[in-house]
Design a protein around this ligand. Structure first.
Ligand code: ACO
Length: 695
């Protein structure tokens, strides 16, 4: 039995602060519990005693036996005073009361948690609207009394929005398996609620409204355990960037909290909606549709224009329109007027009415070459709408579960009525073509096969890496010098071309000869971040003479433009032939931990922002997805006669960085910029590593 079973399926509940006054929260909760047909014991507590909604009222919590759930609806101060007593009587405490950490009253919230811990009970909230669970059934919320049962589980961080969602779900006739308000998350968070819903046989689709995640790491761990058949759609509020986070790397500055959420959701197979409208459309579609058995989508329409709009949207979302003309002709032969078109979108033309739609839908449902149906209708202003509505509903119901079928009806009052009626029948119907296509896309995404996560440890010279990090920590240096960063990467198994640190001209010449001309020479200083800006870099040094000139020039420039900088020396590296510059990086997020980044590199990376993120560590498959995800991927895959770059070498580099930063938690930021990629191999040219030094 899941530990949260008593919360979702309580045998007994107590309402602390049950109110005699209609309209007050403590009264509505009691009313809703009774109205939901709850079969367990109900204990109402209020010092005034008497009766509330026909139930006896106990003077004190001392007067009742232990319960599975206590619902607290007394003001915050009283809630804190009673916390110990309540915790001694209840396994789960739902604190509806507001006035805790959300307004800065941390101590009061802490007191609730401490009391619960002392007695081994758990808290949902405070500052929540309650819980509805269709299993019990119980509606212990102060939202609408009537909540339809179904297969959608909702977790909402916002109370007001959660209540509004109940209303919207009712309007769209969406059935809920559970709705849980998590509020301030003083104790229970979305992580535990998800773990319950994952094993709850009544829940198929989970809709989460998230404002922030404090425990991103645990969240990732739990979503990895999501059963394949359960689907999650999330609406994350606030697309704003990370704000004033102090970062010293490209990766850090590009990895805003929103990008990280995006990455986490993508990695976890969670569909992220941009708006409440999208979220509801997707949830409704996934809840009501079977999985598509293949990629062939057919559009049936009575208007060419609407068909084109849908076809364009399908292209935008990457949906495949079935294009076997011969088969399409065979399938729709007996429905199509002479002047109709078999070419998908299948255009039944403006004269098509209920009869034609019935036939066309039957053909599409019955033929196995078609895997999903998108039926569109443009209002013609005729009297046939009623029979069209009945037909669409009847035919859909007849074939329900066979394959996904979505509908978009465009027009005035008549089509609005049809859509409303179809929604009432839990059929995915929309007013806008784009909404239907986006929902079909979400359905396909939801059933996309997820790769098995395989993260194997790889051999690295851990001792050598540890030595470099410890030396810097001992010296109180957080910014590793270029050669130290490169040494770490070398020990981690990346391809780092030969490099040496020259501390004088003689060494510069010696190392340049050892490495072999042409070489690149770069200043090494903890105080100089942008070496080129101060004239600290000379490329293509061909011989000893040029090496001497370069050495002197770099020193002169640095003394002039970065007078106070402590210069360690000049790094001599092999001058590499041109290739494609990419960036591989890592940063640390307060919630999710280590985050990896990949993109096309060079100096424009922060302008173009063509980068992808993942939470580390990742599998090689995931690293490959990161590479394919950037817009400039075709440049790597080879365009206009250029050869394909060594994508496996990039994947290997990202994979190794993922393992490196996870193993050595002190590495807070890391940039390889550029990692130059060739037809064969990928080489580290410049590297930057920041470590966390405890003060
Ligand atoms: N034990 C039990 N009952 C008690 C006790 C006690 N020790 N002391 C008082 N009560 C009774 C009161 O007599 C009263 O009953 P009555 O109406 O029969 O007289 C009842 O408990 C409630 O107490 P009130 O002082 O009347 O408190 P009120 O109902 O005004 O407010 C509430 C309590 C609703 C918990 C309020 O403090 C609160 O937090 N409101 C906000 C709730 C909220 O919005 N939560 C977030 C939800 S999410 C969202 O944003 C929608």
């Amino acid at each position: 039995m899941h530990p949260l079973e008593p919360l979702f399926n309580p045998q007994s509940v107590a309402i602390i602060g049950a109110s005699h006054h209609e309209g007050k929260i403590g009264n509505i909760v009691v009313h809703n519990i009774i109205a939901s047909g709850y079969k367990g014991e109900i204990y109402l507590i209020n010092p005034k005693r008497g009766k509330i909604l026909g139930l006896p009222v106990y003077k004190s919590i001392d007067d009742i036996p232990s319960v599975d759930v206590a619902i607290v609806v007394v003001p915050a101060k009283i809630a804190v005073e009673m916390a110990d007593k309540v915790a001694s009587k209840a396994k789960y405490i739902i604190v509806i009361t507001s006035g805790f950490s959300e307004i800065g009253n941390m101590d009061m919230e802490q007191k609730l948690v401490e009391s619960a811990r002392k007695h081994g009970s758990r808290i949902l909230g405070p500052n929540v609207f309650g819980i509805f669970s269709s299993k019990a059934p119980i509606n212990a919320t102060f939202g609408p009394a009537e909540i339809k049962k179904g297969n959608i589980g909702v977790i909402s961080q916002s109370g007001a929005l959660g209540i509004a969602m109940i209303g919207k779900a009712a309007e769209d006739n969406l059935g809920l398996s559970a709705i849980v308000s998590i509020g301030n998350k003083a104790d229970l968070s979305e992580v535990e609620i998800l773990s319950y819903l994952f094993q709850d046989e009544l829940t198929k689709v989970i809709f989460m409204y998230i404002e922030g995640l404090e425990n991103g790491h645990e969240f990732m761990e739990i979503v990895k355990k999501k059963p394949e058949e359960k689907k999650i759609i999330a609406l994350k509020a606030g697309r704003s960037r990370a704000g004033a986070r102090a970062v010293a790397s490209h990766t850090g500055s590009l990895a805003g909290s929103d990008e990280i959420f995006d990455a986490a959701f993508r990695q976890a197979g969670i569909l992220r909606a941009d708006s409440l409208e999208d979220a509801f459309n997707w949830v409704a579609t996934i809840a009501a549709s079977p999985p598509p058995k293949g990629e062939n989508v057919v559009i049936i329409t009575n208007g060419g224009g609407l068909g084109v709009v849908a076809a364009d949207a399908c292209e935008k979302y990457g949906l495949k329109l079935y294009d076997d003309m011969e088969m399409l002709q065979k399938i729709f032969e007996d429905v199509m007027p002479e002047f109709g078109s078999y070419k998908n979108p299948v255009d039944l033309t403006g004269q098509a009415g209920a009869r034609e739609y019935e036939l066309a839908l039957r053909r599409a449902f019955e033929n196995d070459a078609i895997h999903a149906i998108l039926a569109l209708y443009c209002e013609r202003g005729d009297a046939e709408l009623e029979s069209l509505m009945n037909t669409l509903i009847r035919v859909h119901k007849e074939y329900e579960g066979k394959k996904p079928a979505l509908y978009a009806l465009f027009g005035g009052e008549g089509t609005t009525k049809i859509v409303t009626e179809m929604k009432k029948n839990r059929i995915p119907a929309f007013y806008e073509v784009e909404d239907a296509v986006s929902s079909l896309h979400a359905l396909y995404k939801a059933y996309e096969k997820r790769d098995e996560e395989k993260i194997e440890d790889i051999e690295m010279d851990d001792d050598a890496i540890r030595k470099i990090i410890d030396a810097a920590i001992n010296e109180g240096r957080s910014r590793l010098l270029s050669h130290e960063a490169k040494e770490i990467l070398l020990h981690a198994g990346l391809d780092v071309p030969p490099f040496r640190l020259a501390r004088n001209i003689d060494e510069a010449i010696e190392y340049a000869n050892e490495i072999g001309y042409p070489v690149a020479m770069k200043v090494v200083s903890e105080d100089i971040i942008h070496k080129t800006d101060v004239g600290g870099v000379v490329l293509n040094v061909e011989n000893d003479e040029e090496a001497i000139d370069a050495y002197e020039l770099i020193m002169k420039n640095c003394h002039m433009h970065a007078r106070r900088a402590r210069i360690e020396g000049i790094e001599i590296t092999k001058m590499l032939p041109p290739g494609t510059e990419t960036i591989v990086g890592a940063t640390t997020d307060a919630s999710f931990g280590k985050v990896l980044m990949f993109g096309l590199g060079g100096i424009y990376v922060e302008v173009l922002k063509d980068v992808s993120f993942r939470i580390a560590p990742i599998s090689k498959k995931e690293a490959e997805k990161m590479v394919r995800e950037i817009d400039s991927y075709p440049i790597l895959a080879g365009i206009r006669g250029e050869k394909r770059k060594d994508i496996n070498a990039i994947i290997d580099s990202i994979y190794r960085i993922g393992i490196l930063v996870n193993k050595f938690g002190e590495i807070s930021e890391l940039d390889i910029n550029p990692l130059i990629v060739y037809e064969k191999g990928a080489k580290v040219v410049d590297a930057r590593i920041i470590i966390k030094v405890k003060k």
